[in-house]
Design a protein around this ligand. Structure first.
Ligand code: TNX
Length: 600
C-alpha cells in the first residue's frame, strides 16, 4: 500500500553565501582580446583592439550577458524554434500565474528564482488564457502546440511532430517579449518545463544571495518530451552510508537534468540501511558497519518516507533495492539462521564481492524475504521493487533460479513490479519484469532471450554508465575494472541499440549507478556525478537526432559556472571547453567546507 508521508517536507535549505560572478566577461577565452597584426590598413592596432574589446565589455556589463540559447539546454530538447525578436527580461514586479493544479510546480520555480533575483515573485492562480510575465498552464488537453510560423524544427520526425500530444512528461515553453508561458498536460511535464526555464536564465540564477543581473531569456519556443520513460541514477548507500540530506541533494541533481528515478541500493555485505520492523537486528546489527570500518547508519521508516516524498515532489520515483540472495553478509551477521551454516559470519568491511548468500534451502529464508519486501513495498509509493540478484557466485545455478523465481513471486504479491540485475535473466518471467543490464559487452543472448519472453530492459553498461569508474588514470577515487569513463565515453553510446537482439521498444530506459566502495562524502558523490550525469540524462531524454559530441561538450561547458555558483563539486574535465570562470578543481576535496553546503 502506498504510504502518505506525514512529516512536512524539509529539504536541504540553501545556505551558500559565496560571491558569484554574473558577467560573460569571464566566459571570454583569455585569447579573445589578442591583437591582430600591427599597422596594416584595416587591421586594428593592439591598442585599438583592446579599446574595442573594453568598450564591448563595458556595454555588455551594462546590458547584461547574452541570454543562454534555447538549444543550449541539457538534455537537448526535442524541438527548438528560436525567435530573436522574442527575448524576455524578468522584472522585479513579475508574478507567477498558474492554473490551480500546477501550483506546486510554480511554488518550486519561485523558490529557485527568488534568492538570486531578490524579486518577491508571488504565485497567483490564473484562469487559463490570462497570461502574465510567467505563466504555467497545466491542462490535460495541452497540445504539442502550433509552431511559430515559418519555424524550423530540430526534430528528425522520429519523435513525432509539432502538434502531437505532450504525453506524460512533455512540456511546451514559449518565450515572447511579453512573457514566458509553460504548458503541459501533467505536473511532471510542467516541472520539466520549469527546469528548462531555470537553465535558460543566466548562471547567476544559482546564487543563494541576490545578484544584480539582467534576467534575460532567449525568445522562441521549445516543444519537448523524453525518448525513454525510465531515466535514472543509483546511489549505493550500503558500502558507505549517506545521510538523508545527501540523498535529497542527489534528488535535486537528478531533477535538474530531467532524470525521474532514484534507485537506492539499500543492502549489501557491508551494511543494511533500511529499517524492517519485523526483523529489527537487520539495522541494529547489520546497519552498524561500512567499508573501511566506518560507523555505518540506516534509514528509519520516517527517514525513507521523507526521501520518497521529497523525490515525489520533484517527479522522481524511488526504486528500493534489497539485494538477494548474494551481497547479504550484513543480514547474516544479524540473523545467523539465514546463513547456510547457521553460524554468524564476521562483519565485513572490505570490498570483495560474491562470497555471501542467504540459504536457499531453508523456509525461514522465504519468510524473511516476504517480510522484508512486504515492509519495503508498503513504504514505497512507486511501482518498482529491485531484487538485486547479482554476483551470487556461491549459489549453484539450479538453486539460484528456484530462489529467484520464488522471490519474484513474493515481490509480485506485494503489488510491485520486479526489477533485478540481468543475472535474473534465466529465471522464469513474471508480469512486467524489468532487467537491469550492466554488462560490458552488448552481446548477451541470455538477456536477449529473457526480453523475448517479455522482460523489459534498463541499460546500465558498466563501461559507459558506471559512475564509480574513474574518469582518467589519476582520478583519486573510483574503480577501473570496466575501464576509464571520461565524459565522452559516458555520452557516446545508444541505449536503444546497445544490447544485441533487444529492440528499442523493449528498452524502458537508462540508469547510471554509483557504487560507493571508494566514495564516502557528498563532495565525492558529486565529483563522480558531474559532469557525467548530464551525459546519461541526455541519452535518456533527447531524440537520437540531437546526439552530437561536439555540440554536447560546448553546451555542457555553460553548466560549469552554474555548478560553481550552486556549490556543486564537479570534475573539471579537460574534454569540456569550460569558460574561464570555472576554477581548477582536480580533487573532490579541493574546496574545504563545500561538502557541508546544501542546495535547494
Ligand atoms: C559490481 S554491478 C557490482 C557491485 C560493485 C560494483 C563495483 C553489480 C550489479 N554488482 O557489487 O559495487 O561492481 O563497480
Amino acid at each position: 500500500m502506498p504510504t502518505t508521508p506525514t512529516a512536512p517536507e524539509t529539504g536541504p535549505e540553501p545556505t551558500d553565501t559565496r560571491p558569484t560572478s554574473t558577467s560573460t566577461r569571464d566566459q571570454v577565452p583569455p585569447s579573445a582580446g589578442a591583437a591582430a597584426g600591427e599597422g596594416l590598413p584595416g587591421v586594428p592596432t593592439p591598442a585599438a583592439e583592446l579599446a574595442r574589446v573594453a568598450a564591448g565589455r563595458a556595454a555588455e556589463a551594462l546590458a547584461g550577458p547574452a541570454p543562454v540559447r534555447l538549444d543550449d539546454v541539457v538534455p537537448a530538447p526535442e524541438q527548438v524554434f528560436p525567435d530573436p525578436a522574442g527575448d524576455f527580461t524578468l522584472g522585479a514586479d513579475a508574478a507567477l500565474r498558474v492554473s490551480p493544479a500546477g501550483r506546486d510546480v510554480a511554488e518550486q520555480l519561485a523558490t529557485w528564482l527568488r534568492p538570486a533575483t531578490g524579486f518577491p515573485l508571488p504565485v497567483a492562480d490564473a484562469p487559463v488564457g490570462e497570461d502574465g510575465p510567467l505563466t504555467l498552464t497545466l491542462s490535460p488537453s495541452a497540445p504539442g502546440g502550433a509552431a511559430a510560423p515559418g519555424a524550423r524544427a530540430t526534430d528528425d520526425g522520429s519523435g513525432g511532430s509539432v502538434g502531437d500530444g505532450l504525453g506524460d512528461e512533455g512540456y511546451r515553453l514559449d518565450v515572447a517579449a511579453t512573457g514566458v508561458r509553460i504548458t503541459a498536460a501533467t505536473s511532471a511535464g510542467l516541472f520539466h518545463g520549469a527546469q528548462t526555464l531555470r537553465q535558460l536564465l543566466p548562471a547567476a540564477i544559482e546564487s543563494r544571495t541576490p545578484v544584480a543581473a539582467r534576467w534575460a531569456v532567449s525568445g522562441g519556443t521549445i516543444v519537448d518530451r523524453p525518448r525513454f520513460p525510465y531515466r535514472g541514477a543509483m546511489l549505493d548507500v550500503a558500502r558507505h552510508f549517506f545521510a538523508v540530506e545527501d540523498v535529497l541533494r542527489m534528488v535535486d541533481h537528478l531533477a535538474r537534468y530531467k532524470l525521474n528515478h532514484l534507485h537506492l541500493h539499500l543492502t549489501d555485505d557491508q551494511g543494511w540501511r533500511i529499517a524492517v520492523d519485523s526483523w529489527p537486528r537487520l539495522t541494529e546489527v547489520g546497519g552498524a558497519t561500512a567499508v573501511g570500518g566506518g560507523p555505518g547508519g540506516w534509514y528509519s521508516g520516517d527517514d525513507y518516507r521523507r526521501i520518497v516524498a521529497y523525490a515525489a515532489r520533484r517527479h522522481v520515483t524511488v526504486v528500493p533495492e534489497i539485494d538477494l540472495p548474494g551481497h547479504t553478509n550484513a543480514a547474516l551477521v544479524a540473523y545467523p539462521e539465514l546463513a547456510s551454516g547457521k553460524v554468524a559470519p564476521p562483519p565485513y568491511t572490505g570490498t570483495e564481492v560474491g562470497f555471501s548468500y542467504v540459504d536457499p534451502d531453508d523456509e525461514r529464508t522465504y519468510a524473511f524475504v516476504a517480510d522484508v519486501v512486504g515492509e519495503v513495498a508498503a513504504l514505497t509509493p512507486g511501482p518498482w521493487l529491485h531484487l538485486g540478484g547479482d554476483e551470487a557466485f556461491k549459489v549453484p545455478a539450479g538453486s539460484y533460479r528456484a530462489f529467484v523465481e520464488r522471490a519474484q513471486r513474493l515481490v509480485e504479491a506485494t503489488g510491485k513490479t520486479v526489477v533485478g540485475w540481468h543475472q535474473l535473466a534465466p529465471a522464469g518471467h513474471v508480469d512486467g519484469r524489468v532487467l537491469q543490464w550492466w554488462g560490458t559487452n552488448g552481446d548477451d543472448p541470455e538477456t536477449a532471450e529473457a526480453v523475448r519472453r517479455g522482460a523489459r530492459l534498463i541499460v546500465s553498461p558498466a563501461n559507459h554508465a558506471y559512475l564509480d569508474m574513474k574518469y582518467a588514470p589519476d582520478t583519486p577515487i573510483g574503480h577501473d575494472w570496466a575501464g576509464l569513463i571520461d565524459v565522452r565515453r559516458a555520452y557516446e553510446w545508444d541505449p536503444g541499440t546497445h544490447v544485441r537482439g533487444v529492440p528499442a521498444e523493449a528498452v524502458l530506459g537508462v540508469e547510471a549507478p554509483l557504487w560507493t566502495e571508494s566514495v564516502s562524502t557528498r563532495a565525492e558523490v558529486e565529483y563522480m556525478l558531474f559532469p557525467r550525469l548530464p551525459a546519461v540524462a541526455e541519452l535518456g531524454w533527447s531524440p537520437r537526432k540531437t546526439h552530437d559530441w561536439s555540440r554536447f561538450r560546448s553546451r555542457l561547458a555553460g553548466h560549469g559556472p552554474r555548478w560553481t555558483t550552486a556549490g556543486i563539486t564537479f570534475h573539471n574535465s579537460p574534454e569540456i571547453p569550460w569558460p574561464v570562470t570555472v576554477p581548477p578543481q582536480h580533487r573532490p576535496t579541493d574546496r574545504p567546507g563545500h561538502d557541508r553546503t546544501p542546495l535547494g
